[in-house]
Design a protein around this ligand. Sequence first.
Ligand code: G
Ligand code: G
Ligand code: MN
Ligand code: NA
Length: 252
Amino acid sequence: LAVERDLRRAVERGELALHLQPLIDLERQRPVGFEALVRWDRPGHGLVSPASFIGVAEETGLIVPVGDWVLREACRQIAALNATAEEPILLSVNLSARQLTEDLILAVRSALTAEGLAPELLTLEITESFLIEEHGAMAVLDAVRELGVSLALDDFGTGYSSLSALQRHAVDTLKLDRTMVSSVATSATAAAVARAAVEMAAALGLDVVAEGIEDVEQLRIVRELGCQVAQGYLFARPMPAADAAAYLRGES
Ligand code: G
Ligand code: G
Ligand code: MN
Ligand code: NA
């Protein structure tokens, strides 16, 4: 496959890049961190979205070197932002199930140490696909958590993450999927489901991040529901790391 061949070389050729999307503290109405989202500047194709290559990366195992690069680069960028920021800046990184081996523990520890990022600032985003994996994967997540790193259940409310996942794994944060968020303003059912999810999260002592906020009505509703943090085009689109410092200074 051409895409596999090209992706294999992408890391060493420096074709991968990260975009950072701000996470907004709703009470204080200010950015508190960023989610790292990988992009591939594939020759002849422009900037390629992960939606079109993460699947191939997972199937071929290339997600391991790609994921290691993402982790290391994201830690580097956020450590640099923390060097000048007035307050701690958090980092959220997406993980694929294929990355859940013993090697991940070392990769996380060495990325944090090499880049000088405190483990408390890092959250790893996982989906239900992990939680149906074998016992070994669970042990890896526990070990990562013991480093002081947090876990977030991503895409909550889709087929990828549901209630049963919460029973099976200890996480710190629930990320309400944007498909749920996008319908809270127009569907009473969606609003009721979102409300129940937030209440359950509160009962379990989890923080809730509302993803994909695109308008003020969605924002009003998720605030009223009690979400602490939000993310979405209303606040900012994912941006090149070079723009993130100016964004934090309120210049963009
Ligand atoms: O930002 P965007 O539309 O491009 O992301 C599309 C999908 O790719 C999302 O589901 C997101 O979680 C996933 N994704 C983005 N970056 C990474 C990454 O570094 N690792 C993994 N495993 N998935 C990612
Ligand atoms: O699966 P995950 O939640 O990690 O993916 C995040 C995805 O959502 C990325 O592709 C990111 O670019 C996208 N995204 C972030 N904010 C918004 C938004 O407000 N609207 C839409 N449509 N997509 C968003
Ligand atoms: Mn995510
Ligand atoms: Na999501």
